[in-house]
Design a protein around this ligand. Structure first.
Ligand code: FES
Length: 111
């Protein structure tokens, strides 16, 4: 499914959108486009409302830190040092200046 032109994803900006009925967080990091399901693995907050720091996103609710490329939870939520659950990555690639994600269902909408 096409998510839009590469220019719609400014370098380092957390972009939240809905595609195929699924909320995604899409981030351009240099030559790489990263996409995660826009749902924190802790209590389902929208990661796209968080903050990017280098190659990570910090959840706005309890501060869990996830790697944008792998979804791996680098730091657990505040106050829950034992909590470890990774975010879900979505395969994406750029073809002829357009960003495509491997999803099924109806079209894309801005979140
Ligand atoms: S909802 Fe994201 S850290 Fe709790």
């Amino acid at each position: 499914m096409c998510l839009g032109p590469l220019e719609a994803f400014p370098e380092g900006t957390l972009v939240g959108l809905t595609a195929a009925g699924q909320r995604l967080l899409v981030v351009r990091l240099g030559e790489t486009i990263c996409a995660l399901v826009d749902r924190c693995p802790h209590e389902a907050s929208r990661l796209s409302r968080g903050r990017r720091e280098d190659g990570t996103v910090i959840c706005p609710t309890h501060g869990a830190i996830l790697d944008l490329k792998t979804g791996r939870m680098i730091e657990p939520p505040l106050g829950e040092p034992e909590f470890r659950r990774d975010g879900q990555t979505v395969p994406v690639r750029v073809v002829d200046g357009m960003v495509w994600a491997c999803l099924e269902g109806p079209g894309r909408q801005r979140a």
